[in-house]
Write a protein that binds this ligand. Structure first.
Ligand code: ACM
Ligand code: ZN
Length: 542
């Protein structure tokens, strides 16, 4: 090739490259939305929020939602935008509209932004709430902040989105027994969940190390059961040293009501867990007559699995749980109550005359069946009040309660067995969903219970088990991340362990399998870090 031809060719190439680049839409990563929406078309231009912007809603029922948005804008910009009822084709509007579109289901939405307006449409207020979460993510990260930023332009890039979740159950759990977490932090936990479109909060409220929910009929549960005299120092599996520092706390019924309302406004259902028949020491320390031996018992200062459990032979045990659950149901309106069921040693039952007598009169062949009797009796009670139970996968042993949903934690087998027998299941296998494991080199990470779950590994999780026949896959409602707090001594540590891993799980549960892409996720996550920084989240930078 002659030098001149080469030069002309090179210039031509350069120009076409520049022209092409201009026409190329922004990649989805640049918008940084997590979870990745189902369909997204980027366009040129942007919508700028100013004092002229009007907030329009199709009807009054959307007022709380639109006020939520107006409140956030006000907090960071000082702008006072007043929600108005009615619609307008005029420009400078942000509109929330309920439509009827079978494609969107109960949770999906459509979102469009142009230089003239923003329009959000969904079949439900819930869908519009998720559209609003997308809108927040399209705004500068400072929208999540706590103070006015004068220098920021509140603009939204032009885009058209259609979005529907893959799974209906998108859960996150929090153990507040091993370490008590203040109410304000639990609210923040809900905020963080809802910004990534998660919708179920599993609140683990009772365990050996503390009873955390006020029950009016049994005041000693919180007077005695919410306090432990000290806590093991270091790893419970290796240490016999204690800190000598009392640890305690509980939520009053008024506070629980406040939490339930707070979560409801963010479209998060709370599933309370009242653990039985194991993990009982805090309750037994309060009411020793509920154990097989009568005690004495102590609110447990260390972590593990303990032999003293609720006596399955005494009628008082069932009266106790019916009373407790009656108060629990009055506080939590959701359909599900989690009854625990995990890690219940049977040694006390084997030696307890009352437990043995129960087995005999009921024709139960072993203690596994006695546990099944226990769970089924509680299920019957809750079903009679219109509620349903969830239990850890041990509830499969000795015969599954007829209407129970199984939370599969010791691998996928429990979930598979439940689904194959026509029961619903929620996947929380330890290998992929336990956010109490290490997320990096143990030499440089704070102490954890052990094991390893990297961000990349949780992102690779597929909730539908490979060896489950597709005919049953509809029984897999979704999955959940579990946050056990033995080694999470305060809210900061919980945030560090939960984030970003719970965020990766949120994408797994919401986004379509086709849209799952680690490089894209990791790139979008860098934007998410900016949002969490605005919210003072102590996440682990990955
Ligand atoms: C569990 O992790 N013990 C359910
Ligand atoms: Zn007993």
């Amino acid at each position: 090739m002659k030098p001149l031809h080469f030069l002309i060719g090179a210039i031509f190439c350069l120009f076409s490259l520049i022209a092409c680049q201009k026409d190329l839409p922004n990649p989805p990563e640049s918008y940084g939305i997590i979870p990745q929406p189902l369909k997204m078309e980027m366009a040129d231009g942007k919508f700028i929020i100013s004092s002229k912007t009007r907030l329009l809603m199709a009807d009054d029922s959307l007022t709380p939602l639109v006020e939520f948005f107006a409140g956030r804008i006000n907090q960071v910009s000082g702008l006072h935008l007043i929600p108005e009822t009615g619609l307008s084709k005029r420009s400078q509007t942000i509109s929330w509209v309920i439509v009827s579109d079978s494609l969107l289901g109960n949770e999906g939405y459509r979102f469009s932004a142009s230089s003239k307006k923003i329009l959000m449409e969904a079949n439900t207020t819930r869908g519009l709430f998720y559209a609003m979460q997308t809108l927040f993510q399209l705004l500068p990260a400072e929208i999540y902040g706590g103070s006015i930023s004068d220098t920021i332009q509140w603009s939204v890039p032009a885009v058209t989105i259609t979005d529907v979740p893959r799974f209906g159950y998108r859960g996150l759990h929090l153990d507040v027994c091993r370490h008590f977490m203040p109410l304000d932090f639990v609210k923040k936990y809900i905020d963080l969940m809802s910004m990534q479109k998660m919708n179920v909060f599993h609140w683990h409220l009772t365990d050996d190390q503390g009873w955390r929910i006020e029950i009016k009929k049994y005041p000693r549960l919180t007077e005695v059961g919410s306090q432990r005299k000290e806590t093991v120092v270091g790893h419970a599996g290796r240490s016999k040293e204690y800190d000598g520092i009392p640890h305690g706390g509980f939520y009053t019924q008024e506070e629980i009501k406040e939490m339930v309302a707070y979560a409801k406004a963010r479209f998060v259902t709370i599933i309370p867990e009242i653990e039985m028949p194991g993990h009982a020491l805090a309750a037994l320390a309060s009411y020793p007559e509920l154990g097989c031996t009568g005690g004495p018992y102590e609110v447990c200062p260390t972590f593990g699995i303990f032999e003293d459990v609720f006596c399955a032979g005494k009628e008082e045990t069932f009266t106790f749980f019916e009373d407790v659950l009656t108060e629990v149901m009055a506080l939590f309106p959701g359909e599900y109550i989690h009854i625990g069921g995990d890690e219940c040693p049977k040694v006390r039952w084997e030696r307890c005359p009352r437990c043995q007598a129960r087995m005999k009169t009921m024709g139960l062949k072993d203690e596994m069946e006695l546990q099944s009797y226990f769970v089924q009796r509680i299920e019957k009670f809750l079903n009679s009040k219109g509620r349903r139970i969830i239990g850890w996968d041990e509830i499969l042993e000795g015969g599954l309660a007829p209407n129970a949903t199984v939370m599969s934690w010791r691998g996928e087998e429990g979930g598979i067995a439940a689904a194959q027998s026509g029961h619903d299941a929620i996947m929380t296998p330890g290998e992929y969903c336990y956010l109490d494991k290490y997320q990096g080199d143990p030499a440089t990470e704070p102490l954890t219970i052990g094991g390893m779950l990297s961000l990349e590994k949780i992102y690779s999780y597929e909730p539908i088990p490979k060896n489950l026949d597709s005919a049953y896959s509809g029984h897999i409602l979704g999955a959940q991340g579990n946050v056990w707090t033995e080694y999470m001594i305060n809210p900061e540590r919980v945030e560090y362990m939960a984030y970003p891993r719970a965020n990766a799980l949120a994408e797994i549960l919401w986004s379509s399998t086709e849209n799952r892409n680690w490089d894209s996720y990791h790139s979008r996550l860098q934007k998410q870090f900016n949002r969490w920084e605005q919210m003072n989240v102590h996440f682990a930078r990955k």
